[in-house]
Ligand binder design. Sequence first.
Ligand SMILES: [Zn+2]
Length: 203
Amino acid sequence: MPTEHFQRRVLVVDDEPIILQTMSAILEGEGFSVRVASDGFAALIALRDAEPDIIISDLRMPGMSGFEFLSIVRRRFPHIPVIAISGEYIMEKMPPGLLMDVFFQKGGYTPAELFLTIRNLIEESPIRPHPPKLDKAPLWIPRREAGYIVAACTECLRSFPVDDSSTDTELRTAECPSCSTTVKYMVDSAVLKMLEQRKNRLP
Ligand SMILES: [Zn+2]
């Protein structure tokens, strides 16, 4: 087992218990200290408790999606590097570094690649450009069934309705009507797709 001066802490967020178990086993076997959370809410509680050196998160989870969780992480903990792992999301339209530093397709990487990526990201983290990253982090808005979406201004915290005409996973901007702050946001396209399918099933 590799030894280090102090154990690097990894927070793993996934709704599937088997993935949490597997990840914990391989990361602990490599000498990392691992904490797990089964969704975004649990992960935020874990973050309040103790900050990890790195976060590994699934993107599709019930309750708070990985996108929502990571957009909060980027705004509140911009210094913590993030690896996202998912089988479903295609990241091509998302600007690199926005919500995650590295994206792994589920089943598309080896443990050795994961360990190397973790070590590289942790080494880089003290020299990460904090303020620009903080500025770039968008709101992540899951679209509910209400037929409209609401953004909360990152400055004055007031809510206001925003455009939801596009079904793409793309970064959009809106100006807060109360304080004129430009708010960047994204809408969960997976939720849109799910609604679309549900609509098609109606008689
Ligand atoms: Zn505002």
